[in-house]
Design a protein around this ligand. Structure first.
Ligand SMILES: C[S@@+](CC[C@H](N)C(=O)[O-])C[C@H]1O[C@@H](n2cnc3c(N)ncnc32)[C@H](O)[C@@H]1O
Length: 277
């Protein structure tokens, strides 16, 4: 893996912080339906024994398998950071699943046998490695299922324009896509179905519509979210430790107070794929 997506993936090395930030997102999400249930409901996974979660992080998607898969199922989480292992095992324990964890990154998939997995999951990570879709189809059993959750594009557009306007106020006009826009566009609701159809006979999609709603007193959490993901919003050429970063953080706080809150569209899409070819 090389290039910008590699740089952006680095923010996830801090597994504990990633988990806290995921907690912030959940707290402010207005859609109370669990996207993982929406992705898995209607699938008969009772025979699924060999399972993978790609870019598993702390096991957000894996945990939703609780009670849905074969009692003897073994699930392997693959991530690029060993820092997730402990969290991943905790999630599997809560879900009553036999777990394994690989931290050698997505390239591990290339070494796996053909036609070997009943179920493969991937949430909010396929845009880092869309080039492995053909390997996912190769290692999935002919009657297996691949379920991917990803962001819809544009993702969080209100927040993007908010950050752009603060950058502009500070003399930086960015006309190109922000780093996270480039990342998400590698695999999204726009191009995802077509990319998957090249390797699967059946590709079904479901939309998950949601909003984040930050009130006037919630600036601490919004700034914390931004600070964690600053490299997603501020192009790499700008040193994140410099004054500008702090100006943007305080701009976010002041802006939220002034506008008495901020609603951010955060839509996702689910793809359920069968019939690998
Ligand atoms: C946004 S997080 C999603 C984590 C988890 N699937 C979830 O839904 O919470 C993206 C994850 O992909 C992982 N990742 C990024 N690039 C990767 C790569 N090349 N190989 C394996 N994992 C990768 C990151 O370390 C991170 O844990």
């Amino acid at each position: 893996m090389a290039g910008e997506e590699f740089t952006l993936a680095k923010v996830f090395r801090d597994a504990k912080k990633h988990r806290e930030i995921a907690g912030i997102i959940t707290r402010y999400l207005q859609n109370r339906d669990d996207i993982r249930d929406m992705a898995l409901d209607g699938l008969d996974l009772s025979g699924s024994k060999s399972i993978l979660d790609l870019g598993c992080g702390f096991g957000f998607f894996t945990e939703a398998l609780k009670g849905r898969v074969h009692a003897g199922a073994k699930i392997t989480g693959i991530d690029r950071y060993p820092e997730y292992e402990w969290f991943y095992f905790q999630s599997c324990e809560r879900a009553g699943l036999n777990a394994d964890f690989r931290s050698n990154g997505i390239d591990h998939v290339r070494e796996l046998d053909d036609n070997a997995y009943d179920l493969i999951l991937c949430s909010y990570a396929l845009y880092f490695f869309p080039e492995v879709i053909k390997d996912i189809a190769r290692i999935l059993k002919k009657d297996g299922v691949f379920v991917a959750i990803t962001h819809a594009s544009p993702h969080m557009p209100e927040f993007t324009s908010y950050v752009r306007s603060i950058l502009k106020k500070n003399g930086l006009i960015i006309t190109i896509d922000l780093p996270y826009e480039t990342l998400i566009n590698r695999f999204s609701d726009i191009n995802g179905a077509e990319m998957l159809q090249a390797n699967f006979n059946g590709v079904m999609s479901k939309d998950y519509k949601a909003k984040l709603s930050f009130g006037v007193d919630d600036h601490k959490d919004l700034v914390e979210y931004f600070n964690f993901k600053h490299s997603f919003f501020i192009p790499e050429i700008i040193d994140p430790d410099d004054e500008l970063h702090h100006k943007v953080s305080s701009g976010i706080k002041e802006g939220l107070i002034k506008s008495k809150g901020l609603e951010i569209t955060k839509n996702d899409v689910i793809f359920v794929c069968t019939g690998p070819h």
